[in-house]
Design a protein around this ligand. Sequence first.
Ligand code: NAD
Length: 350
Amino acid sequence: MKICVLPGDGIGPEIVAEAVRVLKALDLGIEMEEALLGGCAVDATGDPYPAATQKLALAADAVLLGAVGGPQWDNNPREQRPERGLLGIRKQLGLFANLRPAILYPELANASTLKPEVVAGLDILIVRELTGDIYFGQPRGIEVRNGERFGFNTMHYTESEIRRILRVAFEAARKRRRKLCSVDKMNVLECTQLWRDIAIETANEYPDVELSHMLVDNAAMQLVKNPKQFDVMVTGNMFGDILSDEASMLTGSIGMLPSASLDASNKGLYEPSHGSAPDIAGKGVANPLATILSAAMMLRYTFANEAAARRIEDAVKKVLAQGFRTGDIYEPGMKKVGTREMGDAVLAAL
Ligand code: NAD
């Protein structure tokens, strides 16, 4: 088991260090090697995704990433922007499946803007297709037609693209409560009618998973009305972009949310859902739990070690129950800790 560790920029190095400590404590014999990605890579080499990092990422079974970006690189030419590195690695590794859990631990129910009874104990997983759909479809552009400007994009999916993301979602549902909701807009868009047809066909391979369908507008409403009805949701790139952000905000605590992006062989890139938080970088106050939980996802999806993944997740639940809180999730009466102390608490709970 080989991991390429990319701390990145801002709070990245601080939070990744804690996830690495947790992985080492499990003593699973995982090899880890660090490399540069993002702004730090631009500063060192002029390239946000340098050749040495590419070599390491391609050779590894999984990549653990902190975050990239910061105001000091915002005015760089496009080729030397940190996000270029992120897009580059996602593309090179062929990561087509984005898995974003939205979990609200009962202890943090007050962090959500929704009523605690609606969200306490929420545990849903959004599976988003990441490399197709209207975001990449050709033709696209802005042209002048009939004397006025005309903007256009093309939504398309092949059967095989739909089937492979659905299989990822069905497999993920099997590891959870075995309920899958496929989200489309089949009443208006033919492309998503095909999506629904293939979802129904693929369900035959997974008789143990209960498949339902929902139109995307209704799904957006149901996510705020009664989000606990969902287990796994699967959808295309554009709908998934919107719904996964909506779902993550149900929890109100961005510092808690992990994510995974997988290729066809379950090689994956694992990173927190948040950014590099330049406003608190270097202060030792960032919440490392999203990154630690991303490491748990790595053990579950790339290394198929459910028991080790659960150990990490249970340790995180325990530290929350013990009252440890970083600033972003702090409430009066709790124990306010920094990044390193939160890591210490997780290690002790392990
Ligand atoms: P952000 O997620 O970095 O920060 C938003 C707010 O949440 C800030 O107030 C920050 O302090 C707080 N926050 C985020 N993570 C936290 C944590 N672990 N603990 C405590 N507080 C936390 O989003 P932003 O401010 O819009 O972006 C900052 C930089 O990050 C930008 O350069 C942006 O491009 C980059 N970014 C990178 C990624 C990525 O690497 N995948 C994703 C989003 C944004």
